[in-house]
Design a protein around this ligand. Sequence first.
Ligand SMILES: CC(=O)N[C@H]1[C@@H](OP(=O)(O)OP(=O)(O)OC[C@H]2O[C@@H](n3ccc(=O)[nH]c3=O)[C@H](O)[C@@H]2O)O[C@H](CO)[C@@H](O)[C@@H]1O[C@H](C)C(=O)N[C@@H](C)C(=O)N[C@H](CCC(=O)O)C(=O)O
Ligand SMILES: Nc1ncnc2c1ncn2[C@@H]1O[C@H](COP(=O)(O)OP(=O)(O)OP(=O)(O)O)[C@@H](O)[C@H]1O
Ligand SMILES: N[C@H](CCC[C@H](N)C(=O)O)C(=O)O
Ligand SMILES: [Mg+2]
Length: 488
Amino acid sequence: MKLIDLLGCIPFYETNDDIAHIEVSGIEMDSRKVESGNLFVCIKGFTVDGHDYVEQAVQNGASAVIVDQEVHSSVPIIKVANTSRALSMLGVKYYNNPTVKLPLIGITGTNGKTTVTYLLETIFNEYKKKTGVIGTIHMKIGNETYPVANTTPDALLLQKSFKKMLDQDVDQAIMEVSSHALVQGRVYGCDYDIAVFTNLSQDHLDYHKDIDDYLRAKSLLFAQLGNSYSGEDKYAVINEDDASSTLLKESTAQHVITYGIENSAQVMASNIKLGAAGTTFQLTTPVGELTIQSKLIGMFNVYNMLAASAAAIVSDIPIAHIKTALEKMEGVNGRFEPVNEGQSFAVIVDYAHTPDSLDNVLQTVKEFAENRVFVVVGCGGDRDRTKRPLMAEIALKYADHAIFTSDNPRTEDPQEILDDMTNGLHANEDYQVIVDRRLAIQYAVEHAKAGDVILIAGKGHETYQQIGNVKYDFDDREIARQAILAKE
Ligand SMILES: CC(=O)N[C@H]1[C@@H](OP(=O)(O)OP(=O)(O)OC[C@H]2O[C@@H](n3ccc(=O)[nH]c3=O)[C@H](O)[C@@H]2O)O[C@H](CO)[C@@H](O)[C@@H]1O[C@H](C)C(=O)N[C@@H](C)C(=O)N[C@H](CCC(=O)O)C(=O)O
Ligand SMILES: Nc1ncnc2c1ncn2[C@@H]1O[C@H](COP(=O)(O)OP(=O)(O)OP(=O)(O)O)[C@@H](O)[C@H]1O
Ligand SMILES: N[C@H](CCC[C@H](N)C(=O)O)C(=O)O
Ligand SMILES: [Mg+2]
């Protein structure tokens, strides 16, 4: 593509050279990955500034650079107001604006995004629609999976992935939209057809100034809905029982469809029967009413099913297919996942890593436990410190025995993270600190008796533990399995 044509998507830019002849073979934001003829976009990050890597990009063959600060270079320099924003626009243009053709659902909220994403995948697949999914666990096109570094990838990878989905005849794309992505503009230029809100509670206060700032970040998804003027109907799917619903409804000029249990909403669940092996409820929607018998456990999963059902209804999926899919769904990788080797006690691995999710999941465990509840939990390093004491308190509120351990310490001292968790606790409470996560899991398994439940929270599907900057192989499910086998 000619650079001059590509730059048509940026309203104002300055250049120091004649760029009419330049062909662009691709766009790159990482100097280490630049190939001959690439346009290098300099992004100021949290760790380093891409403007410092212009020379490396040029050595690797960059044909031009996009900057928002002064740099010196032997290739043409194009100066814009904001390179992050430019990167998204360039990605959209380079990959030919894929989301205008690709039906796209974006899911945001503190908890439940991944679960709702996979519920929607199951529903669309049941209706014989090919899906593309982007989220925490991986990117998935049809049955092929690809690893991802972020829940919501950077703008370039995102647009490239949408293009790939279109090339592979995907009918419906479904993605998680993190608050980081919204603030950083990773999703500028995505033409969402449906934006779903799950819930809002405390997380990421290392990144967002306060909870209002966090909510404002989430609201950007709803404000962006319909900005492409494609003329199609767009929908915001909102949890009416969440205190943030009013602001989010006011953030969009598009159609709103609500779901809920407590407050009156368009899609509702009633007559809910929560069980240890599944959940039954009456689903009431504007297009009909039916009974759902789901294998998913816990009230929070009723909300996830309502969110997915509402998004499926506005996508014109017949409710009979929604019912079949919800009832077929076995669960999501690493979410309330049992580890069963025929032992006399239950072991559940879950991804709860926020106060609210831990509260929800422990409440559910407590309700069905025949005997004592053990919880093995920690908090991630280089992340929101203020959630640490809250998570410890919640663990003690429900569990008969809490074992506090490391999650992904990253660059923090694991003991200091655990001190943050436990400093405010009373000494006589029944908890223990075992820094090594493997030993903590082993301890819980060794001490469990018939009818007890062990909840291992925080890492769910993760198959590594990050200590310092190194990711070591680590899978809670495997460690638990080995411990169970060693015991019996
Ligand atoms: C805080 C944050 O959002 N960080 C993201 C950010 O990293 P960064 O700002 O540190 O990037 P950087 O290393 O300073 O690099 C700046 C620029 O210089 C470039 N560079 C860098 C080095 C070099 O040699 N040459 C070069 O050109 C980089 O390619 C980049 O363009 O940009 C990177 C590239 O897009 C992201 O991968 C990275 O996510 C890191 C891995 C991360 O941990 N992010 C978390 C906080 C996050 O975003 N989480 C949410 C999910 C949260 C949730 O839902 O619970 C997510 O969407 O994943
Ligand atoms: N609707 C919900 N409300 C509260 N907690 C939930 C809800 N759904 C799931 N959870 C809890 O949160 C954990 C994470 O769920 P899930 O992975 O679906 O959320 P997520 O929003 O994708 O999280 P992340 O921000 O890490 O991507 C689950 O393991 C469960 O404990
Ligand atoms: N997307 C979340 C995942 C947290 C998972 C938990 N295991 C941790 O490492 O804190 C984050 O980056 O905050
Ligand atoms: Mg997720």
